[in-house]
Design a protein around this ligand. Structure first.
Ligand SMILES: Nc1nc2c(c(=O)[nH]1)N[C@H]1C(S)=C(S)[C@@H](COP(=O)(O)O)O[C@H]1N2
Ligand SMILES: [Mo]
Length: 370
């Protein structure tokens, strides 16, 4: 990075290929067709979601502390972490809880950036399993405990400034898929993705994968950071920003089944005849077993073909389908099915919530053919 200052100035264009929702904090996603161009999402097409300025941390000086309900507290440099534990690589999709929020925004106003289907990416993450580090510290593994993470970045919401923090239940933290990662797609992490060290919690909302990781604490309660305690909660449709009781909201951890059409783009003009639809589907821990597409708003369906469908449940699936489109206006639709026989809700209205989280209704793309 050319800028040696502790945080990037607001006007820095971090990834010119991304569509920015805001520059400070930097929040940006790739155009959907570019997202669909490679099964492993390259860094320049990987969405960025940050709550504060992006810290520029010195990898040589960086420390990771592990404490709380452990028998031996640890304080490790990055090199000590790499030398002491066998490394692991996991292919996993990372997805923001606000991915596809734009669909809910069209129902009724919601808070947060209006993400299209691009607040998602699939990468090969390399690091050490969190479970190995917890065991080396002699962590209490009681299923009722939580593993909390502290980051280096300062965030502010509603006038309060605090360091980013989040936690996951011990039961998830011990899973072999959960990594303390220093590399993405074989390269050291970039600053915007959490360099030099981040957590990757496959299957969980991105918010539980803290970037710029400084400390881990085993504790009997979730992180008390506002990110954990009040943000990223799912509320019923009648609850508003004014009436929301954060303690009563559901903590967003595992992500629901979702799918999106990445090509064609909404509102394009197509010639009559065969049109190829391409997109992704993800079940976040379960396997996607079927994807259906419709050209008439969901009255009739055709089964899509899988293009890339790894046996690994942490990674998304790429699908493709060809429809014969006559002249006129059409609403293209996709829905996925998981191995439990579940599918997505039909309308964004069905799961609308004022924060616009977990927007996972059938994805609808209007096109004109003529
Ligand atoms: N320290 C820190 N970690 C963070 C965040 C953040 O703002 N600060 N954003 C979270 C959210 S909401 C998401 S969706 C993912 C995004 O990761 P990415 O920017 O590498 O795509 O990081 C998570 N980890
Ligand atoms: Mo997110």
């Amino acid at each position: 990075m050319p800028n040696p200052s502790p945080a990037m100035p607001a006007q820095t264009v971090i990834e010119p290929g991304l569509i920015a929702h805001s520059q400070q904090p930097f929040n940006a996603e790739p155009p959907a067709d570019q997202l669909r161009a490679s099964f492993i999402t390259p860094r320049h097409r990987f969405y960025v979601r940050s709550h504060g300025d992006i810290p520029q941390l010195d990898p040589a000086a960086h420390r990771l502390r592990v404490g709380g309900w452990v028998s031996t507290a640890l304080d490790l440099s990055l090199n000590e972490l790499k030398d002491r534990f066998p490394s692991a690589t996991v292919m996993a999709t990372l997805q923001c809880a606000g991915n596809r929020r734009a669909d809910m925004q069209r129902v009724r106003p919601v808070s947060g950036d209006p993400w299209a289907p691009g607040a998602i990416g699939n990468a090969e993450w390399t690091g050490v399993p969190l479970a190995d580090v917890l065991r080396a510290a002699g962590a209490d593994e009681d299923a009722a405990l939580h593993v909390a993470f502290d980051s280096a970045d300062e965030c502010s919401t509603d006038g309060k400034t605090f360091r980013y923090g989040a936690s996951i239940p011990m039961t998830k933290a011990l899973g072999p898929e959960v990594l303390l990662a220093w590399a993405m797609n074989g390269d050291p992490l970039e600053a915007e993705h959490g360099a030099p060290l981040r957590v990757v919690v496959p299957g969980y909302a991105g918010v539980r994968s803290p970037k710029w990781l400084c400390a881990i604490s085993v504790q009997d309660r979730p992180s008390d950071s506002p990110i954990q305690a009040s943000d990223y909660k799912l509320f019923p449709p009648h609850v508003t920003k004014e009436t929301a009781d954060p303690a009563a909201g559901i903590t967003i951890n595992a992500m629901p089944l979702n799918s999106a059409i990445c090509e064609p783009a909404p509102h394009v003009q197509l010639p009559p005849g065969p049109a190829t639809l391409r997109g992704y589907a993800t079940a976040s821990g379960r396997a996607v077993v079927r994807v259906d597409v419709s050209q008439d708003g969901g009255r009739t369906w055709l089964q899509a073909d899988f293009e890339d469908h790894p046996g690994n449940a942490w990674s998304w699936t790429f699908w493709r389908a060809t429809l014969d489109l006559p002249k006129g206006e059409h609403e293209l639709v996709v829905r996925a099915w998981d191995e439990a026989g579940q599918t997505q809700p039909a309308m964004p209205d069905d799961t609308w919530n004022f924060k616009g989280y977990l927007s996972a209704a059938w994805h609808r793309v209007p096109v004109s053919v003529g």
